[in-house]
Design a protein around this ligand. Sequence first.
Ligand SMILES: C[S@@+](CC[C@H](N)C(=O)[O-])C[C@H]1O[C@@H](n2cnc3c(N)ncnc32)[C@H](O)[C@@H]1O
Length: 215
Amino acid sequence: MLFSVISLFPQMFEQVFNLSILKRAQEKKLVEIRLINLRDFTLDKYKTVDDTPYGGGVGMLLKIDVVDKAISFAKAHTPDKSLTILLDPQGVTLSQTLCRKLSQNQHIILLCGHYEGVDARVYDLVDLRLSIGNFILTGGEIPAMAVVDGITRLIPGVLPQDALTTETFTDNKYEFPQYTRPAKYNNMTVPPVLLSGNHALISKWRRRLSKKISR
Ligand SMILES: C[S@@+](CC[C@H](N)C(=O)[O-])C[C@H]1O[C@@H](n2cnc3c(N)ncnc32)[C@H](O)[C@@H]1O
């Protein structure tokens, strides 16, 4: 799967995309992430990416002509059908169900707004406006990281087969609580069943706890 991330600040992604599971997914060639600098698509010598809103107001808006060129560039990179997403606090809210659905795509283009946002005509250039929750961040970069991470870990082969089966939000359930060594820390202990070595009992306990927490 290919992610093309269009941003004014591609350097923000370098650490996040080159660590842990995202790094391994790219090494295994299960995922490719391309960072596209919006400023490379400006049309004037000052490299202008934004302008003031018509009618007045605070802040600057990303220009539609620059955004359009960047999206066309991203689309041209691969013959695969692409889905273009604008990170947008007014969009549909990301969920695990939506991550699963999005993980079926071959190519996802993520457009990160910044400043006051984007010229509203950009909405017509994208397939989906996506929010990561009801709060406002400075730019779409952190939301784009969340989207890439949330989708990548669902791509077959990225995580071990059974890592996702009991995970929270799978089958509308929350995961059971888990513990590791030491078995006793200060006055906090681990439920004795987990130390029993009886796998049937442990599975039963985990199913019960998962149901209880989900309720
Ligand atoms: C400061 S915000 C613009 C907010 C906009 N003026 C409004 O009131 O709806 C700048 C950019 O950050 C991104 N952004 C901020 N919060 C977000 C969220 N909760 N989910 C997705 N993207 C978000 C979007 O790309 C947005 O264009």
